[in-house]
Design a protein around this ligand. Structure first.
Ligand code: NAD
Length: 410
């Protein structure tokens, strides 16, 4: 199934419940603008390479387009389109004044030098600078891009339009970024997990958690949950998975990762298992925090956890989601679970526009408030309509985008 089809399927379940008419469905599913540009760049060896860059602006009824920029060899229009629409629903669920967008360049950043990546980024911005901007469309990092890339975007855009820190978010903290952005997604995954566990009447000490992916999101989620008395029994990354039924020492795992180029390779704090085995562990909570599509029709039968927190984007495929729903598994959907990142980005943009800086405590406090409110809204929606949290989240988001579209006029 193509990525866009998967998002459309979740959208359709919620639209059916809302009895949304066909013309509004088509309007909401159709991106406002899709741009594909040529990115010709001279590489360090003098060779001219022509890359393809994309920006899909899905919807801006609730505010400027907002979404990440991905550098990966598999980037194509279908994937970018799907991720752009997910951003529309994500910003609507947490009720921040943004729409949804996504961009990408089909390039493998690991094969390119830093100077090449800078030239690629600046050339891409040369091609799209007139369609982005602090009031139009605000990119952010995604797979393969980071705060350095964001600083280059700000610099290149500012050459055309004057000093514009608000054109892009997740910039380096010392260069118009904010403290707390890096931890935001993982930390809020932890906060939302605690809220859900509490609502389901479980106690942290008796809750075993397995987390797939120990990068930015997985690490910060593991840290907060371990500090809050949960038993994190398994973690993993590309090098493999590590399991201890009595709980891992997460502080130790973080120190190992920091000293080991960001990977768990060689970690001895738990038994080695595979990433596939991690997904089928006997735990109360499973947090896929690595890549999309890891729970699918073939392996969903082995997944035992009664609670799944979608920290990664689209980790559960629609056909697996149907099986989980039938089984009564509670899934906290990605559009809520990992929305801490875009919410922190929103706070960065607000501060850039005010030329003002908040401290870390204020960032955390405001983040917790926005995400907690969104959790309550989604919980209430799903109970009121007797639907899953995913369908509830999509219903809430679609209703908000529909209302803004109607108020704005066509
Ligand atoms: P990251 O690159 O920092 O970390 C990814 C982790 O997953 C690494 O530990 C990597 O080794 C591991 N991994 C990759 N492929 C794997 C595989 N096949 N099996 C097991 N582990 C694998 O990325 P991140 O920023 O932590 O993002 C993780 C996910 O969360 C992605 O799906 C991303 O789109 C989503 N997300 C991230 C943010 C954010 O703010 N960083 C916001 C929203 C959504």
């Amino acid at each position: 199934m193509k990525a866009f089809e998967a998002t459309k399927q979740f959208f359709t379940s919620a639209a059916d419940k809302l009895q949304l008419d066909e013309s509004m469905r088509i309007l909401l599913l159709t991106p406002k603008r899709e741009v594909q540009v040529q990115v010709p760049v001279e590489m360090d060896d003098g060779q001219l390479v022509t890359l393809i860059g994309y920006r899909v602006q899905h919807d801006n009824a609730r505010g400027p387009f907002k979404g990440g920029l991905r550098y990966h060899p598999d980037v194509d229009l279908d994937e970018v389109r799907s991720l752009a629409s997910l951003m529309t629903w994500k910003t609507a669920v947490v009720n921040i004044p943004y729409g949804g967008a996504k961009g990408g360049i089909a390039v493998d950043p690991r094969q390119r030098t830093r100077r090449e990546l800078e030239r690629i980024t600046r050339t891409f911005i040369d091609q799209i600078h007139d369609i982005i901007g602090p009031d139009k469309d605000i990119p952010a990092p995604d797979m393969g891009t980071n705060s350095d890339v964001m600083a280059w975007i700000m610099s290149q855009y500012s050459k055309y339009h004057g000093f514009s820190p608000g054109v892009v978010t997740s910039k380096p903290v010392e260069h118009f970024g904010i403290p707390g952005r890096e931890e935001a997604t993982g930390r809020e995954v932890g906060i939302l997990t605690m809220k859900l566990i509490g609502r389901l009447g479980r106690r942290p000490k008796e809750t075993r958690i397995a987390i797939q992916g120990f990068g930015n999101v997985g690490l910060h989620a593991a840290k907060l949950l371990a500090e809050s008395d949960f038993k994190v029994v398994a973690i993993s990354d590309l090098t493999g998975a590590y399991y201890s039924p009595n709980g891992l020492d997460i502080g130790n795992a973080i120190r190992h990762t920091l000293a080991n180029q960001g990977t768990l390779a060689g970690y001895t704090g738990g038994d080695r298992i595979t990433n596939e085995q991690l997904l089928s562990l006997d735990v109360e909570v499973l947090i896929p925090a690595a890549i999309g599509g890891v729970i699918h029709a073939e392996n969903v039968g082995q997944v035992k956890a009664p609670i799944i927190i979608e920290a990664a984007n689209s980790p559960v495929r629609p056909e697996a989601d149907a099986v989980l729903e039938e089984r009564g598994t509670v899934v906290l959907p990605d559009i809520l679970a990992n929305a801490g990142g875009v919410t922190a980005s929103y706070f960065e943009w607000v501060q850039n526009r005010q030329y003002y800086r908040w401290g870390l405590d204020r960032v955390r406090q405001e983040l917790d408030a926005v995400l907690s409110r969104a959790f309550e809204d989604v919980w209430h929606e799903s109970r009121q309509h007797d639907v899953s949290l995913r369908v509830g989240a999509f219903m809430l988001a679609i209703r908000r985008v529909c209302r803004a579209t109607e108020l704005e006029g066509y």
